[in-house]
Write a protein that binds this ligand. Sequence first.
Ligand SMILES: *Cc1c(COP(=O)(O)O)cnc(C)c1O
Length: 483
Amino acid sequence: MNNQLYGKLIFELSHPGRKGYSLPDNGVEHYELPAHLRRDSDAQLPECDELTVVRHYTNLSANNFGVDNGFYPLGSCTMKYNPTINEETAAMPGFAQLHPLQPDETCQGALEVYYRLQQSLAALTGLSEFTLNPFAGAHGELTGLMIIRSYHIERGDDKRVKVIVPDTAHGTNPASAAVCGLEVVEVKSRADGSVDVDDLKGLLDDGVAAMMMTNPNTLGMFERDIPEIARLVHECGGLMYYDGANLNPMLGACRPGDMGFDVMHINLHKTFSTPHGGGGPGSGPVGVRAGLEHLLPSPRVVDDGGTYRIERDDNVIHVGAFLGNFSVIVRAYTYILSLGKENIRMVGPLATLNANYIKESLKDVYLLPIEGLCKHEFVFDGLVDKSTGVTTMDVAKRLLDYGYHAPTIYFPLLFHESLMIEPTESESLDTIDGFIATMRRIAEEAATDPEMVKSAPHTTPIGRVDDVLAARQPVLTYRQLVQ
Ligand SMILES: *Cc1c(COP(=O)(O)O)cnc(C)c1O
């Protein structure tokens, strides 16, 4: 796009005195705010005509990149397609216009959706019961750890304060443990990213409250020693926590409940569609095995012989005043129903097939530090040919020129040039082949014209930004910029 509005801030389009409205004098007397409530000087706001404002924001919205624009292979974040039917159901007035305080008998349908999703998640994970109250994955972790702490305290075992977390864990794991007032103990990983069982043995004692695990682990590999790890942790009296933020490869293949996990969370906004990113909206339901149901947070939705009721209990934990992010719950339930029992079994195998197909098609030009079958995602350690000086950052920036969102970069920290790719099950073979061809082309460009790759992106409204400067000295308002 090329016009005089493009690429400008709304402040740069401002002209003193210009207005977005013209109202006839309707003869109503002006009301002046009392002096003590008024500003000393006028607010410094941009002054524009209405059409300029509309064009400005429409242009800005067109600069957004989402799954609906193109391929978004962001590892660890599962940017899968959010089917349009999810939006239609979430927008139904009976769901969209609910009030959290309306009487149970006036929102039976909504409560039934909530209850049925709890049941579906229990069936998919092999656990006994779920709460849908937490607002995000990290919030689910905190809720799960609060349940675990309640479990130990209820048994009079109050010295259990340690939470064992693998060194490759998602940053939210140790953070949640710390917020819960527990002590984080790190267990080492083997070279393939799996938990080092020998190191774990040395950490187990009667101070352990829980062990948190992500499976497949951060490198996308299945943790093969789970049965032994679960036995060891249970023997010392601790509980097993499953970080199921990305349950994608597991859907229809295996269930955390069957592997010996006691408590887990799922990110509805990753595994069960829902557009997300930039902080929301999310939902991080928490499930528990049989025997722990009474520790789930209040409020809860219960089935009272075909009538659904919201039950409140002041003796258990609370993690939110009401029943969570309801529109995300409706989307997830719609997604599960529209796939059905048969097709939901295909999610895991297809997500796994897509990831392995990309990995095998690129590993001659991108360095694959860990060979073997991956699950829904995998990590490259930059380009095979390091002599060009082209880094993972450069490859990620060059992908923008070709209309792709960049993969996750420089995470996990296990490698210097991590490039983490997760295609999800929703992409077609054509899209994936197009991405592979582009990644190969960039590898070629790195060899023939490294400077061009290093100065990418060349086609985006804003070129390469100085990330370090932006983080250290963020300029957050226009006024700061012009000073
Ligand atoms: C995304 C993610 C989380 C955190 O989920 P949020 O909804 O962002 O709080 C936790 N663990 C893993 C493995 C994740 O991928």
